[in-house]
Design a protein around this ligand. Structure first.
Ligand code: NDP
Ligand code: OXD
Length: 309
């Protein structure tokens, strides 16, 4: 039985992953798309942005692992057979990377680091008193959101976590439901989106949400581009609620060259790098699920296909 790696446009990474999988378990026979041997031999696929039509062509496919934490691309594929299980690949360093990104984004804003970069070029010495840590609302308290909440707490912020179940991490105030969210938005200095993209969360960062935020506050979107209504953000920034946006994910990636976000003075753009899946760590997770596929043990990071995450 064979495992197929499908990472279009990232062939070097695919080869590295195949080598790392071999290093973890020499029995894993990995093929790298588009080279495919006998389609009947393929039992597991590891995929990121796979081509449509592919997943319906393996009659013995039982498991698909997303190469990363988000699964909306897989679940949105009409050719993904009903019988196939879907797992995520959440390598142990992913949440640390995300926590570092968000703490840095919030810290840069509080400490106005862009001003000092500018001042340095002018040889200007002008210290400013920075604002004290504030209140951060984290939308989504899963593996990423919990790590981010913990890191923000550690540097002194009050953190309120919003999730479907109201699940809690230590030291974080946890809420659920739209009315509870609406109550805390006006006191938030920062709103961080770390939700999965589902039918329920699509477009959640919209005009209504922004109008409840504080003047001069910060929104950080590290979930998916589909969470944000782009025109609503541009209008909201003009009104100062929020005062700034840090965006790592976009409806169209790469962000088109003529997109207004590139030159917007109140938007910071990064190219979907908040937390990157490391092939070495990913290989451990994938190999473990490959082993479980053979033994029938429950999978790690199994996705609830009905719920969408
Ligand atoms: P998890 O599945 O571990 O957690 C998802 C969280 O979102 C849970 O707390 C869940 O609630 C909550 N949630 C889901 N739907 C709703 C809803 N309708 N209302 C309220 N809360 C909801 O996901 P991760 O933390 O691992 O990852 C989250 C997302 O981050 C990924 O899907 C991906 O899109 C993005 N990501 C981005 C990266 C980047 O580099 N920019 C890197 C990695 C991930 P409950 O607790 O009740 O289940
Ligand atoms: C992921 C991502 O989902 O990189 O892992 O966005």
């Amino acid at each position: 039985m064979t495992l197929l790696i499908v990472l279009p446009g990232r062939e070097d990474e695919a080869h590295r992953l195949a080598a790392d999988l071999q290093a973890v378990d020499r029995a894993i026979e990995a093929q790298i798309w588009p080279v495919i041997g006998d389609p009947e031999e393929i039992e597991m696929v590891v995929a990121s942005r796979h081509p449509r039509g592919l997943l319906g062509s393996f009659p013995n496919l039982r498991l698909v692992a997303a190469f990363g934490a988000g699964v909306e691309h897989l679940l949105g594929d009409p050719d993904l057979p009903e019988r196939v299980d879907v797992v995520r690949t959440v390598d142990p360093e992913l949440a640390n990377g995300m926590a570092e990104y968000v703490v840095t984004a919030v810290g840069n804003r509080r400490r106005e680091t862009e001003v000092y970069s500018h001042d340095q070029r002018l040889g200007k010495w002008e210290p400013q008193i920075y604002v004290l840590p504030g209140t951060v609302v984290v939308l989504g308290m899963g593996q990423m959101g919990s790590a981010v909440a913990g890191a923000l707490r550690a540097v002194g912020h009050r953190v309120i976590g919003w999730s479907g179940s109201g699940r809690c991490a230590s030291g974080v105030e946890c809420i659920s439901g739209r009315s509870a969210l609406n109550e805390v938005l006006p006191i938030a200095d920062v709103v961080v989106c770390l939700l999965p993209l589902t039918a329920d969360t699509e477009g959640i960062l919209d005009r209504d949400l922004f109008s409840s935020m504080k003047k001069g506050s910060l929104v950080v979107n590290v979930g998916r581009g589909g969470h944000l209504l782009e025109d609503d953000l541009i209008a909201a920034l003009a009104d100062g609620r929020p005062g700034h946006a840090v965006l790592d994910v976009f409806r169209e990636e790469p962000l088109p060259a003529n997109h207004p976000f590139w030159k917007h003075p109140a938007i910071t753009v990064t190219p979907h790098v908040a937390a990157l899946t490391d092939p070495r760590g990913a290989a451990e997770c994938i190999a473990e699920n490959w082993r479980r596929l053979q033994t029938g043990e429950p999978f790690l990071d199994l996705v609830d296909r009905g719920r969408g995450y």
